[in-house]
Design a protein around this ligand. Structure first.
Ligand code: ZN
Length: 202
């Protein structure tokens, strides 16, 4: 199982970090050891002083495929959930300034919290609303209608390079409003008003 993440898929988020809006999806991968499930707490590691939350809609891959054409992409996912792409922003900025890969900032243990998954059939995938609350206050509010690259385009693009396997997760990018977590925080993620994710920071 692998976790494929898309960077800068919402132009308002790209702008808030002073990044250009990409012409093709920006992809990175987290290993299976990054997965944090069942609303378990996230233990703040010592190697970063600035870990950010990034709430994202997550797709679960339904069947194995490669070089999938966009018109067939929708048959490769049927469940949707929420995830938090925990990011050590201080380390990421250091890596970026040196032109180095991001892995230590993005792919560390437990850096990919995922919620339970629900049947995508009950939603219009072209417009799914999602929100993150930090200690009861809304900090991120997004809608998949604002994605630069659609679910189907992402499936097709990713599978050009990486075979998608059943059970893989795809983090589809975060809207604006990313920010720092602190020990003691409670993060709650809502998909179309339903609370799917809770994560305490310890
Ligand atoms: Zn992200």
């Amino acid at each position: 199982m692998k976790i494929i993440c898309i960077g800068r898929n919402y132009s308002d988020h790209a702008k808030e970090l002073n990044n250009p809006v990409p012409k093709e999806p920006l992809i990175f991968i987290k290993p299976s050891t990054a997965l944090l499930t069942d609303n378990k707490p996230f233990y703040h590691p010592d190697f970063s002083q600035e870990i950010h939350y990034e709430l994202e809609v997550v797709l679960r891959v339904k069947k194995t495929g490669k070089v999938i054409q966009p018109q067939f992409a929708s048959s490769y996912y049927d469940q949707i959930g929420l995830g938090i792409d925990f990011t050590a922003r201080d380390l990421q900025d250091q890596c970026k300034s040196k032109g180095h890969p991001w892995e230590i900032a993005k792919a560390f243990d437990n850096s990919a919290a995922v919620s339970e998954f629900v049947d995508l059939k009950t939603f219009n995938p072209l417009s799914v609303h999602f929100q993150l609350f930090q200690n009861g206050n809304v900090v991120q509010s997004g809608d998949t209608a604002d994605m630069i690259f659609s679910f189907d385009y992402l499936i097709s693009y990713i599978s050009t390079y990486f075979t998608l396997q059943q059970g893989d997760y795809i983090f589809t990018g975060t809207p604006s409003g990313v920010g720092k977590i602190n020990i003691g925080d409670k993060l709650e993620g809502f998909l179309e008003g339903n609370k799917l994710l809770e994560c305490k920071i310890k």
